[in-house]
Every structure is written in structure tokens, then in C-alpha cells.
Design a binder for this molecule. Structure first.
Ligand SMILES: Cc1ncc(COP(=O)(O)O)c(C=O)c1O
Length: 310
């Protein structure tokens, strides 16, 4: 962290405090059982990027695990904006969480009285700058993404052990990132990012039903591809599709758009970020800086400042 990076902050119990001062009781089921949900959200150019899409996914995850967000989505939205205002940085990473709250020891969530909202803000960097320029190396993880009837990967829950184990394996094997397959052996996603492959001029990404989180960055990239006239489809992909692709890249809120250099020690395409990736990365940077996809946190929201297509 550089001297001019603000200290990370946390909204907790109605106020924003330095995050190393924020405390939750050890009997919160978010800690005891990973019982809760979260969102990773970016601030670009003093606006909260695609805030309403993040909140819609947060609400859908809450419904899927039977958790009611205290004050509803509108309260969560206000908390995110208040936290961003307190941090007062034009660029930031926000982590909004809802835990099941304090309860008895024992997995039963009905012992928990009130869900707890928390909102952290700071900065995040998942890969070294040099790797973002040259491309990262993936290995196929031996752990699989759980099928939807075990734990639906479309729920962005506080239970990330599957992702953690995949990432740990990748790092121990000298790679930057893990490729996770689903139980049928099809490509699902990376540990905290979606996967795209360019084959025969078309951009392909696995559907949510193959074990991919329906990423907000992924959705934005699909929209930008269509604006740029690049054919783009959801499609089931195998490792073969990645080995034989011209380009592969990852997308995520924390990760950004990340070129992939190789998979399981095989070089993909030219082994350097490809022209379609570069086009999309530039288009994404322009969309991130544009006013219409973000909600301003400084000052009141005016009709003109409100996002057209959040
Ligand atoms: C498992 C997983 N897949 C994909 C993504 C990418 O989704 P988004 O673009 O909404 O950040 C994330 C979050 O960053 C994630 O945790």
C-alpha cells in the first residue's frame, strides 16, 4: 500500500470505521459456517460501477439462501454509497456482505436473530502488473466446481473453500490461477473470475448452468463485444476449446480483464494478449470511465446522473 492510499474502511452497525477496528461476534454464522453472501464491486471515476446489477445479484443470492437483507436492497444501496463517500477515492474495491448473524453453536440458521450487513472498502490487486501485460498461466485444478444440486455456483456465498483450494493448488504448482471444471469435465470458471475463449472469430463463455457465476464483468464484456460487432455466445467449453483457442482471457470485478498465456504448461494462441482482448480491454476501460454505467456517490443523485442501463 502506498503512502497516499487511504486506509481501508468498513461500514458496521450504522457507521464507517477503519476496517481494523470493525468487530463482529465470534458466534456470527457467517464466521462459523460461511453462512451468508457477498458482492465485490468497483468504484471507477468516482462512480459505483453497475451498482444496481450487483444489488440484484445480492438480492437473488439472499433469496436463494433464505436470508432477508436488513432494510432490503435500498438499505444496502445506501450503505454502499455512504461507504464510498467516506472513503472519498475515485478508484476503489468494495466488499458488501450479509451474514446470517449471531446464533447458537450448531448449523441451524433459525437460531440466528438478525442478519448483519457489512461493507468494506479499500483496494485489491489479484495479479502483478507485469502479468496483466504478458498474460497469466492457468492450471486445471483437481477440485471441481460443485454441481447446482450440491451448492449452486451462481450463489455468491461466503463459502469459498472450493475456490480457495483451487487457487492454493494453482499457486503450489507454480501457476497464477486455477481453471475449475464442473463434475462433467466442462469448463466452469477460474477461482474468482469468468473464462472467455476466442475461437474462429467468436467469443465463447460457459453458461451459468455449467458452474459459472453470472459475472457482472462477463455481462459487460458480452455487451461490449456485441457493440463492437464481435460474435459472442454462451457455450459449453472443454479444455480442448481453450488449448485450440486463438485467445483466452478472464474477467472479474477484482481481476479486471486478464489475458491468459497458457494452460497446463501449453501456450495458448500466440502466447501474448491478442487483438480482440486488447479491443475489449480498451472498450471496458472506456465504459468504466463513462458516466452512464456508474452511480455517483458524491452529492445527490440527479436524474441526469442516474445510470441509463445500470
Ligand atoms: C467464483 C467467481 N466467478 C466469477 C466472478 C466474476 O464475477 P464479477 O465479474 O461479477 O466480479 C467472481 C467474482 O469476482 C467469482 O467470485
Amino acid at each position: 500500500m502506498s503512502a497516499d492510499t487511504p486506509r481501508s474502511l468498513c461500514w458496521i452497525d450504522g457507521r464507517v470505521v477503519p476496517s481494523d477496528e470493525a468487530r463482529i461476534p465470534v458466534v456470527d454464522h457467517g464466521l462459523l459456517y460461511g453462512d451468508g453472501i457477498f458482492e465485490g464491486i468497483r468504484v471507477f471515476s468516482s462512480r459505483v460501477f453497475r451498482l444496481d446489477r450487483h444489488l440484484a445479484r445480492f438480492a437473488a443470492g439472499a433469496r436463494a439462501i433464505g436470508l432477508s437483507i436488513p432494510g432490503g436492497v435500498s438499505a444496502a444501496r445506501e450503505i454502499v454509497l455512504e461507504t464510498a463517500r467516506a472513503y472519498a477515492s475515485p478508484e476503489a474495491y468494495i466488499r458488501l456482505l450479509a451474514t446470517r448473524g449471531e446464533g447458537e453453536l450448531g448449523v441451524d440458521p433459525t437460531t440466528c436473530r438478525t442478519p448483519r450487513l457489512l461493507c468494506l472498502i479499500g483496494s485489491v490487486r489479484l495479479y502483478p502488473e507485469a502479468k496483466l501485460r504478458s498474460g497469466i498461466d492457468l492450471v486445471t485444478a483437481s477440485v471441481r466446481r460443485p454441481p447446482p444440486d450440491v451448492l449452486d455456483p451462481r450463489i455468491k456465498s461466503l463459502n469459498y473453500l472450493n475456490n480457495v483450494l483451487a487457487k492454493l493448488e494453482a499457486r503450489r504448482r507454480g501457476a497464477d490461477e486455477a481453471l475449475l471444471l464442473n463434475a462433467a469435465g466442462a469448463v466452469a470458471e477460474a477461482s474468482v473470475a469468468n473464462v472467455f475463449a476466442l475461437r474462429d472469430g467468436a467469443l465463447l463463455t460457459p453458461p451459468g448452468s455449467d458452474g459459472a457465476l453470472e459475472g457482472i464483468t462477463r455481462g459487460t464484456v458480452l455487451e461490449l463485444a456485441s457493440e463492437l460487432g464481435i460474435p459472442a455466445h454462451e457455450r459449453t467449453l472443454g479444455r480442448f476449446d481453450l488449448f485450440s483457442a486463438d485467445e483466452v482471457f478472464l474477467t472479474g470485478t477484482g481481476a479486471g480483464l486478464v489475458p491468459v498465456r497458457g494452460l497446463d504448461a501449453e501456450v495458448i494462441g500466440s502466447g501474448a494478449p491478442g487483438p480482440v482482448f486488447e479491443k475489449l480491454r480498451n472498450a471496458f476501460a472506456a465504459a468504466a470511465a463513462a458516466p452512464d454505467l456508474g452511480v455517483p456517490f458524491a452529492g445527490p443523485e440527479t436524474p441526469d446522473a442516474a445510470p441509463r442501463n445500470p
